[in-house]
Design a protein around this ligand. Structure first.
Ligand SMILES: NC(=O)c1ccc[n+]([C@@H]2O[C@H](COP(=O)([O-])OP(=O)(O)OC[C@H]3O[C@@H](n4cnc5c(N)ncnc54)[C@H](OP(=O)(O)O)[C@@H]3O)[C@@H](O)[C@H]2O)c1
Length: 211
């Protein structure tokens, strides 16, 4: 069983990952600015209140950790302004992990990041750029920073996130020729992440997740 740090643990994919990792028997440190208000009572859970942009917070959070899950997000209303959270938080996290000797990172980015940008359908390209362009440019920098590191990484690129429970029935698209957009519940993304904590089947790979 691993000691897992989830960064962005208080809601969304991060919170689903906290729950699924605890259910799988891992110890979980949940990092978010609001971690102190999380209603997770499992004895294997340690809330860790901190800011992903604060180097001292992040250095303390990676201490004793086996696997980091980076699941940060910005509120929808902030997507139309400049987005720098992903790149800046990654610039803090990567050296903190390298200094602490923590090698494994599973980073949530999104379909359309990096080399999956070319897989966006023609009709979706303009609305995608208008709404998500700034965030995805910043996620490109996030992925590039991790690729340049000494870490063992996996990039998890979900399609459009939805509510819903985990069934384990979803597609893991690892071949660039198969990449496409689609819906995927956050709980299924967490299911994939927890499988990857145990198996490392997609080490140094980027996968698109859709139903
Ligand atoms: N929406 C979609 O359809 C879609 C599609 C593909 C990919 N994605 C990506 O999937 C990821 C997860 O999205 P989500 O909707 O599941 O999550 P989310 O609800 O946006 O949750 C974001 C998490 O990040 C934390 N966070 C934000 N800033 C932080 C900071 N400075 N320090 C520490 N923690 C911070 C938040 O906690 P605090 O606020 O308490 O700090 C929260 O736990 C995002 O990167 C999103 O872009 C989304």
């Amino acid at each position: 069983m691993a000691h897992v740090l989830v960064i962005g643990a208080s809601q969304g994919i991060g919170l689903e990952t906290v729950r699924a990792a605890l259910a799988a028997g891992h110890r979980v440190r949940g990092f978010a600015r609001s971690a102190g208000r999380m209603a997770v009572t499992d004895p294997g859970f340690e809330p860790f209140a901190g800011d992903a942009l604060n180097a001292a917070d992040v250095a303390a959070a990676v201490d004793g950790i086996d696997v980091v899950v980076q699941a940060l997000g910005v509120p929808g209303k902030d997507l139309l302004g400049p987005v720098t959270l992903f790149s800046r938080a990654t610039a803090v996290l990567v050296p903190a992990m390298e200094d602490a000797g923590v090698r494994r990172i599973i980073a949530v980015t999104g379909f359309g990041t990096g080399d999956s940008r070319d897989a966006i359908g023609l009709l979706q390209r303009v609305p995608f750029r208008l709404v998500l362009g700034r965030a995805y440019d910043d996620k490109d920098v996030q992925e590039m920073r991790i690729r340049r590191s000494t870490l063992d990484w996996t990039f998890v690129r979900p399609g459009i996130l939805t509510p819903g429970s985990a069934t384990g029935r979803y597609k893991v698209l690892a071949e660039p020729s198969s990449w496409r957009n689609g819906l995927i519940p956050r709980a299924e993304v967490a299911h994939f992440i927890v499988g990857e904590i145990a198996q490392q089947a997609y080490r140094k790979k980027a996968v698109v997740l859709v139903k």
